[in-house]
Design a protein around this ligand. Structure first.
Ligand code: 2HG
Ligand code: ZN
Length: 473
């Protein structure tokens, strides 16, 4: 490793090869504190060319690599759980001039979601993906996980925003297709393939992003309901009544709001805790307040227990806080087991009712907090009060029954075991719940084609292969 470190330092400069535990620590543990390991080294290249040179060296040395962006991932896919070398892309933060005619911008993998949105704002455009971790989450990581977020309902996820990518292959070759043409049927869609590949196929270095119109007029509504069925029925009505206006539809429940209020020291909405909340946001080229308010009266009516609509930035932020502070409030209460699932629309209410019962059965006394992106059927299941999860140190296996029960519940109802966070280290034992043996074989063939020596994030996404029999673990 010493010789390799010297060669890496020759490429990126000695101050960008970190080995001192004090300096590597923040790259070694995920945001939740649940996934932690030790990196052989953290390397911080400053350009795509340096990434290529670094990968060539690591490939030659046969060193496993974990590519890392803002380290905001939640499934252990970006931390060195098995002593890998971390290649941090954060220094690749350059943002080119926005191509206003095309409505696109090319950015480095290390540009944060917030920085991209700021650059787009200067020319009246916006970044189509928004998420609570916007200040830290980087575009490279967002492509690698195919991040969804708060505006998925209207604009789709990262794959939909990605018009082109540049990436470094496992052996250091650079592949680039950044033309960003709307119509371009010249073979395999590498950008589409890399979206959601979780650093297992290539290291994304630059991304050509599609931008969306910046809608300055927005109104947020918060509605309280007695049960999820009423909230979801209201949402169906609002979506039909406000085509093209609705940008977000978020759902959260009493337990989560209680945690948020305790954590932030704020009063609950409407002065009391209600069972279910639906937060909706309408955005348009003109003020959508009247239309949203009329729709609420017309299609929600007295199905809601209470409601508020606010178009002022401070009032909107106040309503959003109840939803956006969930992750932070949960983390402040302990290290959660996080499961991120999608349910078909017709199964969502039943899942919300069943999940806490299922968790209680396998982990009596644990706290199950449910929230998520109702418009996409995406539920974030956070469980507090269980020791750990798969992918964490082997002595912390208490979470496995919870993970198993919740993921089987979602898959059994026709859902996905990973909505927007990825498979990572956390869910690889359950990939088979959603993907057939034939599909997983195709995944392995693609992996072998792009990374024959298996050095790119070798311990995430694909299930462990039994070395002797080739059987799936
Ligand atoms: C969100 O929607 C993020 O806020 C995080 O996807 C979800 O903390 C979580 O489980
Ligand atoms: Zn989310």
């Amino acid at each position: 490793m010493d010789r390799l470190r010297t060669s890496l330092a020759d490429v990126v400069g000695p101050s960008h090869v970190l080995v001192d535990p004090e300096l590597t620590a923040s790259y070694e543990t995920d945001w939740t504190g649940r996934f932690t390991g030790r990196a052989a080294a953290v390397v911080r290249p400053g350009s795509p060319g340096e990434v290529a040179a670094v990968m060539a060296l690591l490939h030659e040395a046969g060193r496993p690599v974990v590519p890392q962006g803002g380290n905001t991932g939640l499934v252990g896919g970006g931390v060195p759980l098995h002593g890998e070398v971390v290649v941090s892309l954060r220094r690749l933060a350059a943002i080119d001039e926005v191509d206003v005619a095309a409505g696109q911008v090319t950015v480095g993998a290390g540009a944060t979601a917030a920085a991209v949105d700021d650059a787009a704002a200067r020319v009246g455009l916006a970044f189509g993906v928004d998420l609570a971790a916007r200040q830290s989450a980087t575009v490279g990581g967002m492509v690698a996980t195919n991040a969804g977020g708060l505006r998925m309902l209207r604009y789709g996820g990262m794959r939909a925003q990605t018009a082109g990518v540049e990436a470094v292959l496992a052996d250091g070759r650079l592949v680039s297709h950044l033309g960003g043409l709307t119509k371009d049927n010249t073979g395999y869609d590498l950008a589409g393939l890399l979206a959601g590949s979780e650093g297992t196929l290539a290291v994304v270095t630059r991304v050509q992003l599609r931008l969306v119109p910046r809608l300055e007029h927005r109104t947020t509504g918060l509605l309280a309901f007695a049960d999820p069925e009423a909230a979801l029925e209201a949402l169906i009505g609002l979506r039909r009544r406000l085509p093209g206006l609705l940008e977000a539809a978020e759902l959260f429940l009493a337990d989560g709001v209680r945690l948020v209020c305790d954590h932030l020291g704020i009063p609950p909405p409407f002065g009391r805790i209600d069972p279910v909340y639906l937060l909706v946001e309408a955005a348009g080229v003109s003020d959508p307040t009247e239309e949203l308010a009329a729709a609420v009266i017309e299609v929600v009516g007295d199905r809601a227990l209470d409601g508020a609509v606010d178009a002022e930035p401070t009032g909107r932020a106040r309503l959003w806080r109840y939803r956006e502070a969930h992750t932070e409030a949960i983390n402040a209460a302990g290290v959660p087991v996080k499961l991120d699932v999608t349910l078909p629309a017709g199964e969502l209410a039943a899942f919300l009712a069943e999940a806490p019962v299922t968790v209680e059965r396998v982990a009596p006394g644990a706290r199950c907090i449910l929230f998520g992106h109702a418009g996409d059927g995406n539920v974030h299941v956070n469980v507090l009060g269980v020791a750990g999860g798969s992918g964490v140190s082997p002595d912390m296996t208490d979470a496995r029954p919870v993970e198993d029960a919740v993921l089987r519940l979602a898959a059994g109802r026709g859902g996905s075991i990973s909505s927007e966070h990825g498979i990572g280290a956390a869910k690889r034992p359950w990939l088979h719940l959603n993907r057939s043996p034939a599909e997983i074989e195709v995944f392995r063939a693609i992996k072998r084609a792009l990374d024959p020596d298996g050095i790119l994030n070798p311990h995430v996404l694909l299930p462990e292969e039994d070395a002797r029999t080739g059987a799936l673990g």
